[in-house]
Design a protein around this ligand. Sequence first.
Ligand code: IMP
Length: 417
Amino acid sequence: MSKADLIVGLQWGDEGKGKIVDHMAQTHDYVCRFAGGHNAGHTIVIGEKRYALHLIPSGVLNPKAKNIVGNGVVLSPEDFIEEMAQFDDLQGRLFISDKAHLLLSYHAQIDQARERLKGKDAIGTTGKGIGPAYGDKITRTGHRVGELLEPEKLHKRILRYFEINRPLFEAMGIAQPDAKRLLADLKRYKEALAPYITDTVQMMWRILAEEKRVLLEGAQGTMLDIDHGTYPYVTSSTTVSAGACAGLGINPKDIGKVVGIAKAYCTRVGNGPFPSEDNGEAGKRLREKGDEFGTTTGRPRRCGWFDAVAARHAVRINGVDSIALMKLDVLDGFEEIKVCIAYRLPNGETIDYVPYDMDEVTPVYRSFKGWERSKGARSFDALPKEAQAYIEALEEMAGCKIGIVSTGADRDDTVVR
Ligand code: IMP
């Protein structure tokens, strides 16, 4: 039996997991997604080409790797088919769990209607329908990918679902789907996806028994986890390492090394607490230098300093063995670099953990001396000594070694320690 390696985000998503998964996919036979949907967005740069992946695992860019979309994912057939079109024939290289839940156009409509109704309390979702699709899964009113294989039956079930929900949908201004068009869509989905739909749980067990090298690719980040993030400003899935087991049908003993991805600073899209956010010049500069605009929605990301409290929380929850620190070069040229080392509560008390309510904490900072240039460095020794000191201090504060440092978007701009 081999053990699967796992990659998880330690912040609010967009940590640059794509680059590391791409790096690690070179040495793995399978790359598997276990949670989330097309709310995720991994940008991978290879030479001149830029790929924006949303749901297809990043192993798709290694011709030798195979890719599994696990049962914990919510899959929009429409968007998935469009994403597949970026690549040549994927047959035999892509497998979709029959137990993954379907995300259909009405889920996005519900998502957007709810956000509208919430007004200033909106979560700032991607509007893709993730919450409503998981909601249907949990309330047992969802439809699974396996049902696509019998479009007529699924068609009837969806119409019945609309009948049951009619009062609710009417109140939200969501129209009944056109029955004829819905059936045509479902048939089209079947035609495009049927060759890829399979029992991926059996497959996981088989490939681990065959000693294949398996990589589990997390989406979003720990602080967006439904239980352990900044609820309710979170996504609707278990983004932490525990989610990999449920989302792929494996057990905790099947997991080997856990790599946690964190940027050398912090960003978040959408609303909700972000203690180390910088609304001034520094935040603006991080956004511009780091090109911090959402891959999925194009929204400008909120930017701020590395949050060591959140990182420590994430290291413990995920069982991280090694951190990959991304986009260090974005900090190049800053005279002063800050790190949030504790949170102060409104009563003046200082805490070193993530509390129940993050809304009212303010950051306690430690200041570091900046450096001129780390961009393109490919060994630890080639980094400026201030950058080396910064990395070593983050290791100490996060309670975990930093095994990889990324110093540029290119595949090769990477320090492996
Ligand atoms: P949802 O996942 O679309 O429901 O959005 C819920 C929250 O998670 C919002 O704050 C989104 O901006 C955030 N979110 C979802 N996916 C990602 C991602 O891939 N990166 C960063 N933030 C995300």
